[in-house]
Ligand binder design. Structure first.
Ligand code: 6GU
Length: 225
């Protein structure tokens, strides 16, 4: 998988891909992440990429020319499965969306800034608009990292068996059951006896019951899906 990320602040996104599991995925050659500084496609000497909105109003708008030039150049080099615009007015990211994207070959992520991008860029190039939740960030960069992380960990070979995505919260619309490790007892707090029983059928049943109980308590909306 290859992800091309277009942004005015690519340096904001470097460390997540230079650390831990995402770094290993890159080092193993399972994913390539390429950052593109949008100002390199600006059309004037001031490296300007935004301008005032037609019709007036507060805030700046990301201009069509640098964005069209940058995206068109990338598209001339390979076929892209999706051109994704990270924006608070996109559809809210879900595990299902990440699952679908994790089997794609080439993706472009465009990080929005200021008031957003000229509508004509959306009409011309954008195939999906994604938000990571109902709150506002200063730009799409952190959202792009969240989206990339959730996709890359699902790429075959990225996680090992112990980290398997199959037992994640949300993979089956249930939250995870409680987990414990040594010691068996700490300051009078005991690990549930069932987990020490060695009866794996009973343990699985307990885990499922606990997952149901916790989901009902914290996220009843997941059960009505
Ligand atoms: Cl994708 N961008 C921004 N700026 N804010 C957000 C978001 C994206 N998703 C949630 N809030």
């Amino acid at each position: 998988m290859r992800i091309d990320i277009i942004s005015v602040l690519p340096e904001l996104m470097e460390s997540p891909f230079q650390t831990s599991i995402l770094k290993r995925a890159v080092d193993k050659g399972l994913v390539e992440v390429h950052f593109h500084q949008l100002r390199n496609w600006s059309i004037n000497k001031h490296r300007q990429i935004d301008d005032e909105p037609y019709g007036g109003g507060a805030g700046m708008v990301m201009m069509i020319e640098p964005l069209d030039k940058c995206i068109s150049e990338l598209k001339s080099q390979r076929e892209y499965d999706e051109v994704i615009y990270l924006t608070p007015d996109g559809v809210t990211l879900t595990q299902k969306i990440s699952n679908t994207l994790s089997i794609k070959n080439n993706l472009i992520f465009l990080c929005g800034h200021y008031k957003g991008i000229d509508q004509r860029v959306r009409d011309l190039h954008i195939t999906k608009e994604i938000s990571i939740g109902d709150y506002v960030l200063t730009g799409g960069e952190l959202a792009a990292c969240v989206l990339a992380d959730s996709i890359i960990r699902l790429v075959p070979g990225v996680l090992n068996d112990e980290q398997s995505a199959l037992t994640d919260s949300f993979q089956d619309d249930l939250l995870s059951p409680p987990i414990y490790t040594r010691p068996e007892s700490y300051k009078g707090l005991d690990v549930p006896k069932i987990l020490l029983s060695g009866n794996f059928a009973k343990i699985e049943e307990w885990r499922h019951d606990e997952a149901m109980r916790i989901t009902k308590e914290k996220r009843p909306d997941l059960l009505s899906k």
